[in-house]
Design a protein around this ligand. Structure first.
Ligand SMILES: Nc1ncnc2c1ncn2[C@@H]1O[C@H](COP(=O)(O)OP(=O)(O)OP(=O)(O)O)[C@@H](O)[C@H]1O
Ligand SMILES: O=C(O)C1=C[C@@H](O)[C@@H](O)[C@H](O)C1
Ligand SMILES: [Mg+2]
Length: 174
């Protein structure tokens, strides 16, 4: 299998952390669309949102997803990449999509420990646990729709990498 592997899930799901370890384990390249945008534009997510609104960020994200898509690559996407039907269709057709799934409380705890506010400006203006509950309510169906495989992301990163490897060895879920 040489197709790219796309990691999807909410903020704090471990797309960057687990995705980069997965790439090492598979001998694949690793790219991250949030970091790609930072490197190519010199602007953080917060900078882009300040200048262009979330609409501008989402447009850039769709372009980034296409620009980084390449064989033998693990691609960590942004938490909102699944919002656009265009992105969901693109990822499913171009590669294998893994949804790293964790409850809102787990995500919120991780984000409280490592807020990275320049890359994670507030989405709702609400406290973090409420925000993550709202985000999962709005997006859970979209993560599921985009994914070929749903993987439990609550364990430590090495175990999550193992679960992803096991999922990849199985026939496509659909
Ligand atoms: N499986 C895990 N177990 C424990 N901590 C984790 C796990 N995965 C990620 N973390 C921690 O949670 C924080 C967020 O992880 P990471 O940046 O990988 O999330 P992300 O899905 O890429 O989020 P974003 O959508 O904001 O880019 C980091 O501090 C990371 O160390
Ligand atoms: O969940 C989201 O909408 C986001 C997640 C991050 O990865 C970044 O892409 C950005 O902060 C937006
Ligand atoms: Mg990330």
């Amino acid at each position: 299998m040489t197709q790219p592997i796309f990691m999807v899930g909410a903020r704090g799901a471990g797309k960057t952390t687990v995705g980069s370890e997965l790439a090492k384990a598979l001998g694949y390249k690793f790219v991250d669309t949030d970091l790609y945008l930072l490197r190519t534009s010199g602007l953080s997510v917060a900078d882009i949102v300040d200048r262009e609104g979330w609409e501008g960020f989402r447009r850039r994200e769709t372009e980034a997803l296409k620009a980084v898509c390449s064989p033998l690559t693990v691609i960590a996407t942004g938490g909102g990449a699944v919002l656009a039907q265009e992105n969901r269709d693109f990822m499913r057709e171009a590669g294998t999509v893994i949804y790293l799934r964790s409850p809102a409380t787990t995500l919120a705890n991780r984000l409280e420990d490592a807020p990275q506010e320049d890359q994670r400006p507030t989405l709702t203006g609400r406290p973090i646990t409420e925000e993550m509950m709202q985000v999962l309510n709005e997006r859970e169906a979209l993560y599921q729709e985009a994914a070929h495989h749903v993987v439990d992301g609550t364990q430590d990163p090495a175990r999550v990498v193992n679960s992803v490897m096991n999922a990849l060895a199985l026939p496509m879920a659909r």
